[in-house]
Design a protein. Sequence first.
Length: 194
Amino acid sequence: MRSISVTLSITLDGVVQGLGRRDEDTRGGFDLGGWGNGYSDDVMAREMGKGMSRPGDMVFGRRTWEDFSTAWGPRTDGNPFTTHMNAATKYVVSTTLDNADAWQNSVLLRGSAVETVAELKALPGKDLSIIGSVSLVRALHAAGLVDRYTFLIHPLTLGKGARLFEGPAPLTEFSLAGSVATTTGVLIAHYERR
């Protein structure tokens, strides 16, 4: 059985919305997009590079896949992140997309997110990783399908915005598998399901 690992940037008050760009995700009137800018450093690049160096497939929710396909799909800059993102098989979970042709190596998973990802996880193959896709992560966590989390905990609070676990989340215990602090104050914490 494949494992599922999730990587998310999060604020001290649990906000996961709109990390990269001011206009990235304005749902609910969120106007603080781009809060993660200015926190990258060599430590973060090295730690995220470790995850990218392991072979694996990726799973996305529709919104994140569309955003990433626009940002990463056309790039040919030789950046290791670009190479990994474009080479990986990318499964996009959606009930509204007609196809996943907009980004190479993408496969459309139609139907219930929990059911389709559970079926995918049960098949032999490479481990699965999820970056962002918070709505998908919430559903998979509630179904007990997430095996590992990597949180990039940013040293700020926003006071508003979508949080990772809004509403009920089942009791789930994790062990801290490792952590690294960046020079900008971001704590990168790796957790594994007990």
